[in-house]
Each structure stands twice: as C-alpha cells, then as structure tokens.
Design a protein around this ligand. Structure first.
Ligand code: M6R
Length: 614
C-alpha cells in the first residue's frame, strides 16, 4: 500500500512529468493523497502535496513552479493519520533539508515522536513518516556522509519501510532504504530510478534490481550504491554484485497502460486469453512445476495459503489435488496462519499464492512456517518479489502487469498453473499414467479459448444484467468446485460494485441463510459438473421468491423450472475448464455494475492493490 517513486536524470531538464506519469501507474497502490518533491537548481527542496487523486492534484497544483532533475513522488493509502493535505507525503524536517516518501509502518512511532518533540522538533503531521525526516535531520548534523546518517537513522527505526529521500544541497542524489516493503531500482541510460513496483518506471527502463530487506543506499543519474545494515553499522555491497543482480524484465510499457480501454480492469479481463496462453506455454515444460508436484507428494501435510483472490485460487488447488492425486490439503487464509502454526513442521509443504508476492499477511505466514521447517512453494506473478525470495521453489504465472485493484487475469492464470500442478501430482501419485496426463494437458490448452469465448458471450449479457442488480445484497452459491468459484465471484461483486454478495456452499441454505430470502432477492447459482444437486438448491430459492439465475456451461443439462433464469457460459468437456468458462462472466458483471453506478472499478474505495501492512 502506498506507492513511491524517485527519478534522477541527466538527460531531461525536469523530472516532474516522469514522476507524475509514474505516480499514475502506481495509483493502484493507494489513492488517498499525492505529493512530489524535487531538489531545484539551487539545491533547495521544493514540495507540493494534497489529499485526493492524482488528477485533482495535477488540476489544482501549479506544477510549473517545481523544476529539478531529481525528485520523489508518493501516492498514499493512509495508515497513520487521515488523508489530509498535511498528512500527504513527502514529509520534510524542520528546515526543509530532508524530504521523505515512505511505504510501510513505523512501529516505534509514539516513542520516537515523543523523543523528537522533546528535542525541539516541530512535527507538523500525524504520520509516522515525518518522524523519519526529523530523525535524519539530526543524523545528518552528526555524520560525515548521507550514507552514514541514513544508516544511523535506520538503526533507530523499527517497523516496515520502503523509503525515498531527498537531501537539500544534493541535487543529483536520491537515498533509499528497504525493510519488508517492496522497493526496486531501475537502471536507465543517464537516469536511474527507485519505485515500489515495476509499472511505475517501465517507460524509463526495463532493467531492474530488486532490493532486499536491510539494504539502503543512493542513486545518481549514473550510479547505484547499495549498502547493507549490520548489527550496529553498515557495509557496502560491491559493484560487481550489484551489477550481477540487474535483470531485464519482459513487461512492456503498453502492458502497463490502458491501450484505449476505459479502465485497466476491463483491459485486464480481455487480456485473459493471452495471459493464460503465456502461463501455460511457460509452465508445461518447466521442470520446476513437476519438481513442485514431487515435493507435494513427499510431504505429510500440505497447506495452501493466500489472501483474497489468491486464497480463492488456492481453493482450486485443494479441489484438484484431492480429485486427481488423492491428496488432502488445507487451504488457509494468510492472516489466519496462527491457527495452524503449531501443526506445521518439517513434514509440511506450504504452497503460498500471491500475485504481487508482497502481501504482508502471506509473507508473515510463509516466514513463520519456514522457521518451523516447512518447505515453501511460491506461486507469484512478479519476478524477484519477496515471496520468490522466501520460497524454496517459485512458480510464475505470466499474466503481465495487473494494475486494476481487482485481481482478474492473475486469478485465472493462478488457477491454470495450480491445475497443472495438480495434474502432475496426479500422475506422480500413480493414479494415472503419462497418456492421461497428455489428455489433461490437451484439456488445459483449451483454457485460453474458453476464457475468450466466455468474455465475448458474457460481456453484453453482464452489461444488461448489471442494470437489474438493484437490491443491496445477493447470494452466490454452488457446490464442490462451484462453491469455490462462487467465493471469487462474490469478492469481485463486493469490492468493485459495492454490493453485498455472500458465497456459501449451496447445501448450507437450509441451515440458515435461506431465512433472508424474500421476493426478488438475487441468487446466482454456480453449477459445475460435479454437482447436479444445485438444481434443487436453485428451485428451493425460487420457491421462496428469489430471483434465481443459474450460471453454467451451456452443455451441462440441469432440470430447471422455466422461472429460473440460465446464464449459459461456453461449453466445456472437463471440470478443469469450468473456472475459465464461468469466472469471466462474474468479473464482467462486477465491472459493468460498477460503471453503471458511476464507480471507478480501477480504484475501489478503501482498497489498495497490494496490501503490505498487517
Ligand atoms: O498480491 P496478492 O495476490 O497476494 O493479493 C491478495 C489480495 O490482496 C488480492 O487478491 C485482493 O483480494 C484483490 N483485490 C482481489 O481482487
């Protein structure tokens, strides 16, 4: 949460436009407030910031009054202090000698604040970040270099941070530091950058270095210097090691732009066939997928952990591991990892799913389980993410950058990769031979076209149906795999369309939820091939006056009364294809409902794309 960017250039006169462009690409990380600071030609720090979106900031701020070749920017998702102009980043010290942008949470915030105020600092905001500026102000006076000052300040800070820092009088330097909040360095030609995420700097460079926890340093237009915090000091990371860590990433600037679509979310929904194709072709021959299956088979216990949509993808793995390989696994919501803590040990393999690879809860679960001796298989979309560094083995989805807050293409690519994993586990378990595996691979190769058909058929229908969703609440029910898909469908409707949607296994209706049903109450029934019994659940809902719409692949026969509506999705010849047939319809329904109500589907209220705080 919160996006930070910093650019220092020798080839442009002014860095403000590139920082604003980068902030637009980072807005999915938070959109409460925005700010920018540069070091101008006289070496002075000039900062502008405001509560609100980037568009409103650009409209109401005289950006022509800021000019410099080195600058930092921030888009905020508030933690300490409400979203006000004062609390927006960058934060400065008493004399505007230091400007700081920050993503993370400083744990010793209260004691630090008391200490600094007692020492005479004038703290202007309610944020934890401003304290870093004041602390650094002191350390700069006591130190012989900026690096030493920063190291001394970092030794007094507890918590999580990705920091970008300007110091007055140093017009070509941006200091940075990372501890458990994502931060990358972009290496350009005559200009370098730091950012929370790759999309922010993709139009500047595709050469990227991922910083590790405990690293700090600075960039100039031609240099990257990295240091590592040690017990009470720091040491320099040699240049040859720095250079060896630089990677060229495959993402393109076009992939991180709307390319003519009104919103990222709809663009990303439409990109799903391509993302599925890339994921499958990159994974089928990847020996690591088979290796992951082998690790799973060798474990006593299998835990599948993730948050939000990634947890829902994990449910699909639970389902197919049981069906194909006879393996019982335990799906676990990442923030609830303590439930299983004592049960996890060296006999456990943890499959951790996270598109960003930076979700705090998922990483906490992974680190805890790892300390207890578990093997970690990471599944992520971001090369070099924290999850990929924590995991013993990492599998990558190849969805490209996902900017919309709603996970869409990353979900279906996770599902595809996890299904592939289960297919291999099934063969290795001895339940079938390689010819059956080949048949399953043939099936999976139809995932992209199934998703494509689903989008084409579902888009106009979802657009029409969106206008009929007038009640504030709905149920989305299913059985078996259908119940798992229903959870993802409900999350999309809640977070994007702001309608209450509850998903639960349809058999539970009679144990309580059906009491809420009255005339016109919307109920979507997800019908998958494993559960023809949902027809009965649809009928019992309709009998109580519900508006019932059964969402099912067109070739599945269900006996339904004529007053139960049917949403036909593309036909499928295997359960493995059901997510690709059914889920795009719900993504589109959430999208069109949000748009028809005037909501911004890319920036749902109170949410940020990557949740890097507890
Ligand atoms: O980056 P991750 O996959 O770890 O993110 C997990 C959740 O925060 C994420 O899936 C969230 O639920 C999405 N907004 C859902 O659309």
């Amino acid at each position: 949460m919160c996006g930070i960017i910093g650019v220092t250039t020798s080839k442009r006169d002014n860095v403000v436009d590139v920082i604003i462009e980068g902030l637009r690409r980072l807005e999915y990380r938070g959109y409460d407030s925005v700010g920018i600071a540069v070091v101008d030609e006289q070496g002075r720090i000039v900062a502008k910031k405001a509560a609100g979106t980037i568009d409103s900031f650009v409209r109401k701020t005289d950006l022509s009054s800021i000019k410099g070749r080195t600058g930092i920017g921030h888009t905020r998702w508030a933690t300490h202090g409400p979203p006000t102009d004062y609390n927006a980043h960058p934060h400065t010290d008493c004399n505007a000698k230091v400007a700081v942008v920050h993503n993370g949470v400083i744990r010793n915030f209260s004691s630090l604040r008391q200490l600094l105020v007692a020492r005479g600092h004038r703290v202007k905001s309610e944020t934890d970040t401003e304290l870093i500026a004041h602390l650094l102000e002191e350390k700069l006076e006591e130190s012989t270099s900026g690096v030493e000052a920063l190291s001394r300040a970092l030794h007094e800070i507890q918590g999580t941070y990705a920091l970008g820092i300007l110091v007055a009088g140093e017009p070509d330097k941006i200091y940075f530091a990372r501890m458990r909040s994502p931060l990358i360095v972009g290496i350009g030609d005559g200009e370098n950058a730091i950012a929370s995420d790759i999309p922010a700097i993709i139009s500047l460079t595709r050469r990227v270095l991922v910083l590790e926890d405990g690293e700090f340093g600075y960039i100039t237009p031609h240099r990257v210097e990295i240091y590592r915090l040690t017990g009470d000091g720091y040491r320099r990371v040699p240049q040859n090691l720095v250079v060896s860590r630089i990677k060229t990433i495959e993402w393109t600037p076009e992939a991180a732009s709307k390319s003519g679509y009104p919103h990222f979310m709809i663009k990303e929904i439409f990109e799903q066939p391509e993302a599925l194709y890339a994921t499958l072709s990159g994974s089928v021959e990847d020996p690591l997928v088979r290796e992951a299956a082998r690790i799973i088979l060798g474990a006593e216990k299998v835990v599948v952990v993730g948050a939000g949509t990634s947890y829902h993808a994990g449910l699909v793995l639970e389902y197919f591991l049981a069906k194909l390989a006879g393996i019982v696994s335990y799906p676990l919501i990442a923030s609830e990892y303590k439930v299983l803590e004592e049960a996890v040990g060296e006999d456990t393999v943890v499959v951790a799913v996270s598109q960003s690879g930076e979700t705090f809860d998922t990483l906490e679960a992974v680190r805890t389980f790892k300390e207890r001796g578990a093997s970690i298989i990471g599944v992520t979309n971001v090369v070099g993410s924290a999850l990929s560094r924590e995991a013993d083995l990492t599998l990558y989805t190849r969805a490209g950058p996902e900017i919309g807050v709603a996970a869409t293409k990353t979900y279906l690519t996770q599902v595809l990769l996890l299904e592939l994993l289960a297919v291999f586990a099934g063969e290795m378990s001895g339940r079938y031979d390689s010819s059956t595996t080949r048949r399953y691979l043939d099936v999976l190769s139809k995932a992209p076209i199934t998703a494509k058909d689903s989008i084409e058929v579902g888009d106009p229908e979802a657009r029409m149906l969106a206008r009929r969703l007038v009640k504030p609440s709905m149920y989305i029910i299913g059985r078996g795999l259908g119940a798992m898909l229903a959870k993802e469908a409900a999350l999309k409707i809640k977070e994007i369309a702001y309608l209450h949607a509850e998903a639960y296994p349809a058999g539970e209706s009679k144990h309580g939820p059906i009491a809420l049903v009255e005339e016109g109450f919307p109920v979507f029934v997800v019908a998958t091939g494993d559960s023809p019994e949902v027809a009965g659940n649809a009928v019992e809902m309709r009998a109580r006056g519900a508006w019932v719409r059964v969402v099912k692949p067109a070739n599945y026969e269900l006996e339904l009364p004529s007053d139960v509506e049917v949403q036909a999705t593309p036909p499928v010849d295997s359960h493995l294809l059901e997510p690709f047939s059914i889920i795009p319809f719900f993504q589109l329904l959430a999208y069109h409902t949000a748009v028809s109500r005037g909501y911004d589907p890319d920036k749902p209220r109170n949410l940020a794309k990557t949740v890097t705080v507890e």
